[in-house]
Ligand binder design. Structure first.
Ligand code: SF4
Ligand code: MG
Length: 334
């Protein structure tokens, strides 16, 4: 099956000061139609830079220096900006952590959604009105006919995030990128927004790329997961396999440090040691300085992808043929 989105060897650098920072460093991922794919990682690991690279909305200091980002087989990185504008909002939409920053405070909710609709469709006035109402109802805004005439400040945080989702859905995208969509919300509202996203996904069959630092959010709605560390993906699996047996030593540490598995709003555990500087070239495994299992090979050779079970892949020397049996035994004994 052809993936909806396929990222290969993506490198995005930040040109700050003396040495460029390799924020995204050789990233590979595939997202299929209709799935919710979580990209999990600590802040600063390159998750948001990945999302902004896909949208081609990078800040001025950032630049994609290598790789492909293919949507249905067509490389977005080769599109002229005018064509990319037709992709944004229409084929791929994005919602952000802080809805207040993305809504225009002096425009009513209806006018803001209308702007988006007008970018993508030619609709008669009455159809526009009907479509705005539909979208607001779809995201669970009560009393939508009245509320559509109100301004963002009249909405609570959770309701604003719903409006943002309605705007993101306006172009009927095939892929919705949600960057920490619930982080700014309190726990009950988080749960409601996640329920809404799951529900919309089931109804519309759009794919969702969910960017998060929260294992609980992943457990709640994702089908597959990729764990990102220091600019690259180090493990990918179905959520079922991942939550049953996280393989990479980094993933295991994330679990071990959680007081209760999949507890929402917990954020990621603090793991001793520092994320390596991303301005350097790596000789070996990026996690070696913080890994309890590291040996010489880890410091000398970059680990390649190894498939442990179908669909569960990991970048770690412990899973090489020579090491694997020994490590597997220790792992299951724990
Ligand atoms: Fe640890 Fe080595 Fe695996 Fe890296 S490759 S995670 S250092 S065991
Ligand atoms: Mg981020």
């Amino acid at each position: 099956m052809m993936p909806l989105l396929e990222i290969a060897k993506l490198k995005t650098v930040l040109n700050t000061g003396s040495a460029p920072i390799h924020a995204v460093d050789g990233l590979e991922l595939k997202i299929f139609k209709g799935e919710t794919f979580a990209l999990l990682g600590e802040s600063g690991c390159g998750k948001s830079m990945t999302a902004l690279s896909i949208m081609r909305l990078l800040p001025e200091i950032a630049e994609i220096i290598e790789g492909h980002i293919k949507l249905d087989g067509n490389d977005l990185l080769l599109l002229p900006e005018t064509d990319m504008r037709k992709v944004r909002g229409k084929r791929i939409s994005m919602i952000f952590q802080e809805p207040m920053l993305s809504l225009n405070p002096v425009m009513t909710i209806a006018s803001q959604i209308k702007e988006v609709l007008k970018q993508h469709f030619i609709l008669h006035h009455t159809h526009l009105h009907k479509r705005i109402l539909e979208l607001l109802q779809q995201v669970g805004i009560p009393d939508a006919p009245r509320r559509m005439t109100e301004f963002p400040f009249q909405f609570s945080g959770g309701m604003k995030q719903r409006v943002m989702i309605a705007m993101a859905l306006a172009g009927e995208p095939e892929l919705l990128i949600a960057d920490e969509p619930t982080t700014a919300l309190d726990v009950t509202i988080q749960a409601q927004v996640l329920d809404l996203m799951r529900d919309l996904q089931q109804r519309t069959h759009m794919a969702i790329l969910l960017i998060t630092h929260d294992l609980g959010v992943v457990a709640e709605i994702a089908h597959r997961i990729a764990v990102m560390y220091a600019g690259e993906i180090i493990e990918t699996a179905t959520c079922k396999d991942f939550f049953q047996q996280p393989a990479h030593p980094y993933s295991q540490k994330l679990f071990a440090a959680l007081p209760e598995r999949a507890k929402r709003n917990q954020g990621l555990a603090v793991i001793s040691g520092n994320v390596p500087l991303l301005s350097q070239a790596f000789q070996g495994c990026r996690f070696a300085e913080r890994c309890d299992h590291a040996w010489e090979l880890c410091r000398q050779t970059v680990p390649e992808w190894i498939e442990i079970t179908p669909g569960h892949r990991v970048k770690c020397h412990l899973f090489s043929k020579e090491k694997r049996s020994e490590y597997q035994v220790n792992r299951t004994e724990k």
